[in-house]
Design a protein around this ligand. Structure first.
Ligand SMILES: *[C@@H]1O[C@H](CO)[C@@H](O)[C@H](O)[C@H]1NC(C)=O
Length: 499
């Protein structure tokens, strides 16, 4: 009995060893600079430059000018910024549908007060004689309006209102006659309107001259008198959105850069709304998550027309902000913002011990950990063919194929995260190195403070983007545990973003 138990144990041992013995003769391990499977989906930037033509042609059809209509009640809260186009398709809000009385969360308050002396006259009204006819502004970035007492032409009261509303930089003050709601319904019993905008408009945009039959005839149609416009003398610098940093701007050039993912038009110049679009944009399967956006104002024949939010999976800068417009279209107030990566050197490009091929278990920015008797079970390579992008990548699994033990890869320092905040871990993973059969056992655990966030078992798989949400406790420790040579896993372009 003893002998047969020993025999079956020996058979089992041979069965266990046999495939490994065969493996070492057929696969050249990564540390010996073996071949990479051609099916690798490494970063390819061809054809990913900003699609300026699509943006320009959408500028020519978008319609997002508005103002208070004859039947809008006063004192509506400023609605959240609406998207008027996505990747060349107009939304309902961008098709010139007039939006009436939509009340969403208020964004007034928390805004440094400007005195009325902080404004200048942009255009004056045409007078209040009985024959005088004027028009109010139909422009972009309309916020809200109120009715002022018409005992006086109360410019100061209007500009104080502008100073109290977040984002307001322009006020249009005017009388509107023959409007039933103003004359008989609204509490103010006044026809002096003060309309606010988050962009500056000129007399060329005085296009709403009334003409509605508001009161029953024989009363006349609505008409406008004494429409003047005042602009803030200092344009408001937008606050940088959480999780981002300003890279360049304001300038008169939009980015023409690789890694472009698409664009949206916004109702107003809202940096925060653009950052939310970037955060929630579907990742590019080859390039990954949105990491950068470029926001700019489009003037058409000098008139504010829309606010473009272009998104990129590569971080651009002012050096490619060279598109100043074409034809009637002029780019203004262009700014670039990068999404902060809380992982330092997530692309392993900081490992530069050679110029062609080398590897290490650790360097200044990353640490590879092997558990006895394992050797080089987590390592960092300088070798462009192994990388998703650039020349650096990390390997999980014995680099010389000396053991089948998993290794652990972790940043050299804890992340500078903030307790309670939500973050997204993103990275690219590839497990094609040793071919379909041997890579079947590939696995990686994503660890956050030692806890398993997820375990991926991709088998044979070209560079693939992954994303996982976590909550921070502050100074968080990110790690990747996996590899079972010859089922190797490569990792690259690791990021942690504020969600
Ligand atoms: C003031 O507003 C009321 C209500 O709309 C209107 O009846 C009146 O004519 C206005 N007065 C002037 C001077 O416009």
């Amino acid at each position: 009995m003893v002998a047969s138990t020993r025999l079956s144990a020996l058979v089992a041992l041979i069965a266990f060893l046999a495939p490994r013995a065969a493996v070492t003769t057929t696969v050249i391990p990564p540390a010996s600079q073996g071949q990479v499977d051609p099916v690798d989906n490494s970063l390819d930037l061809s054809g990913t430059t900003t699609d300026t033509d699509a943006i320009v042609s959408t500028v020519s059809v978008v319609s997002q000018k508005s103002g208070p209509t004859d039947d809008t009640p006063p004192n509506q809260p400023v609605p959240a910024t609406v998207v008027t186009a996505v990747d060349g398709r107009l939304t309902e809000a961008g098709s010139g549908e007039t939006r009436r009385g939509i009340s969403m969360r208020s964004t007034s308050g928390e805004f440094s007060k400007r005195t009325t002396s902080g404004y200048e006259l942009v255009f004056s009204g045409t007078g209040t004689n009985s024959g005088d006819r004027d028009a109010s502004i139909q422009g972009t970035a309309y916020l809200t309006y109120k009715l002022l007492s018409n005992a006086t032409y109360d410019v100061d009261g209007c500009l104080e209102f502008c100073s109290s509303v977040k984002g307001c930089v322009f006020a249009n003050i005017y009388y509107e006659f023959n409007n039933e709601l103003l004359d008989f319904v609204f509490n103010e019993k006044s026809n002096l309107k003060c309309a606010l905008y988050a962009d500056v408009h000129t007399a060329a945009e005085k296009t709403n001259s009334g003409g509605q039959q508001s009161e029953p005839s024989p009363a006349g149609l609505t008409y406008i008198q004494q429409s003047s416009g005042y602009a803030s003398t200092t344009l408001v610098d937008p606050p940088t959105p959480d999780g981002y940093e300003l890279v360049f701007g304001p300038s008169n050039g939009a980015n023409n850069a690789p890694g472009y993912m698409g664009f949206a038009f916004l109702e107003k110049y809202d940096v925060n709304a653009c950052s939310q679009l970037c955060n929630t944009r579907n990742a590019d399967p080859n390039g990954g998550a949105c990491q950068y956006f470029n926001i700019w104002r489009a003037l058409v024949n000098g008139i504010p027309t829309t606010y473009t939010c272009s998104m990129y999976f590569l971080v651009a800068d002012g050096s490619t902000a060279v598109n100043t417009g074409q034809g009637d279209l002029q780019v203004t107030f262009s700014r670039g913002y990068r999404r902060k990566n809380f992982v330092f050197d997530g692309g392993f490009e900081g490992y530069t011990a050679c110029s062609d091929f080398c590897f290490t278990s650790s360097y200044a920015n990353w640490i590879g950990i092997s558990v006895d008797p394992g050797d080089l079970d987590a390592s960092i390579f300088f070798f462009a063919p192994y990388a998703h992008a650039g020349h650096g990548s990390a390997l999980l699994g014995s680099a010389f194929d000396q053991d089948g033990l998993p290794g652990t890869l972790t940043p050299a320092s804890p992340l500078k995260t903030v307790a309670g905040q939500h973050y997204t871990i993103t990275f690219f993973h590839a497990s094609v190195y040793s071919g379909r059969t041997l890579e079947a056992a590939a696995f990686v655990q994503i660890l956050w403070n030692g806890n398993i966030v997820s375990t991926i078992t991709p088998g044979y798989s070209a560079w693939t983007f992954y994303s996982f949400d976590v909550v921070a406790k502050g100074n968080d420790v990110l790690a990747f545990h996996g590899g079972r040579a010859p089922a190797w896993s490569f990792l690259d372009d690791i990021c942690v973003f504020l969600t």
